[in-house]
Design a protein around this ligand. Structure first.
Ligand code: PLP
Length: 345
């Protein structure tokens, strides 16, 4: 059988040989006791990279978001966020269920919300009203096709939140993609947030793990929350070693994923019956499937027969994500297939 080209997500990557060696060689200890030197090294490195006092290694992006939100709120508080964001749509309502938080979603534009859109959602101090406590942002934005949240708007939101006594959480699952695409360093984005996360298990190619960075007191609270949520890990240095390897070897190469996504996006644009739903900023391509192709399900089934995997992203939308396990030839192969399915239709 020919090679599988798996474009369902950048989470499908498998650790490369060098990363596996780093895992095998990792020094470890019991991290719940604070004894794992590799986890400690990773947390120090992330804190420095983000320009924050401290950082915490967590098992997943979801847990990163959840321990961060739980650490900067009280039950009954409200979180303003963009309606299409991951925290609102894909975290099993963890913030309401586990931390007693209420969401106040704002309709954004390609994942971006502005100061003007946020303002009317901030509650007045009133005995009847929940307390608005946090504005949560996502950069890059998954459902908006990897769109980059502009730093200038993040700075404006930061100023507003300081003025109003609110906190900012940045879901930076794919912040490394934004950093590589814009050349703006991690700490400039992180300076716009009180708490910021990063996933190692997406484009960075590690098997497991994310981190959250903040001030020392908030990270201490997040460490207790991580334990409460069942995320205290023991010899987690084998995972932290993969994350450190990813930071050393897999950040700059995200530019290749972006180039491949551009390549795919350009071909899709040229195919009658397919239309990009968002401009391609980073490694995510979301496109609309016209009637000519039958349906999303039919198109995905036909692609799958030839070893190409993608995910439905709505009744007429498909998402394809580039990552380190696919190259330009794979992309050309996928584009050729789409083209021939279009001309057969
Ligand atoms: C923007 C964003 N945040 C958070 C997550 C959650 O990450 P995890 O699957 O590791 O919980 C994802 C996962 O795709 C994501 O796209």
């Amino acid at each position: 059988m020919s090679k599988i080209v798996d474009l369902r997500s950048d989470t499908v990557t498998r650790p490369v040989p060098g990363m596996r060696r780093a895992i095998a060689d990792a020094e470890v200890g019991d991290d719940v006791f604070g004894d794992d030197p590799t986890v400690n090294a990773l947390e120090d490195r992330i804190a420095k990279l983000f320009g924050k006092e401290a950082a915490l290694f967590v098992p997943s992006g979801t847990m990163g978001n959840q321990v961060a939100l739980a650490s900067i709120t009280e039950p009954g508080d409200e979180v303003i966020l963009e309606r299409q964001c991951h925290i609102f749509n894909y975290e099993v309502a963890a913030a309401p269920a586990l931390s007693g938080l209420q969401f106040n979603p704002v309709d954004g534009d390609a994942g971006v919300i502005t100061v003007e859109q946020i303002l009317p959602h901030i509650r007045h101090r009133d005995i009847h009203a929940p307390v608005t406590k946090v504005v949560a942002l996502e950069n890059t934005h998954n459902r908006a096709g990897g769109h980059i949240f502009p730093l200038e708007e993040m700075k404006r939101i930061r100023e507003l939140t300081i003025e109003r006594g609110l906190r900012v959480h940045l879901d930076g699952a794919r912040l490394a993609n934004a950093v590589v695409a814009t050349g703006i360093p991690f700490d400039q984005y992180a300076a716009c947030a009180d708490t910021v996360s990063l996933c190692f298990s997406k484009g960075l190619g590690a098997p497991v793990g994310s981190a959250v960075a903040s001030d020392a007191e908030t990270v201490q609270k997040a460490r207790r929350k991580r334990k409460q949520f069942g995320g205290g890990m023991r010899q987690a240095g084998i995972l932290a070693a993969a994350a450190l390897y990813a930071l050393d070897h897999h950040v700059e190469r995200l530019a290749d994923d972006h180039e491949n996504a551009q390549r795919l996006g350009a071909r899709i644009e040229s195919i009658d019956g397919l239309e990009l739903a968002f401009s391609v900023d980073t490694n995510i391509v979301i496109f609309r499937v016209g009637e000519k192709f039958g349906s999303v399900d039919l198109l995905l089934a036909q692609l799958k027969k030839d070893g190409v995997l993608a995910v439905p992203f709505g009744p007429t939308l498909v998402r394809m994500v580039t990552h380190l396990d696919v190259n330009a030839d794979d992309i050309d192969h996928v584009a050729d297939m789409l083209e021939s399915l279009g001309s057969a239709g």
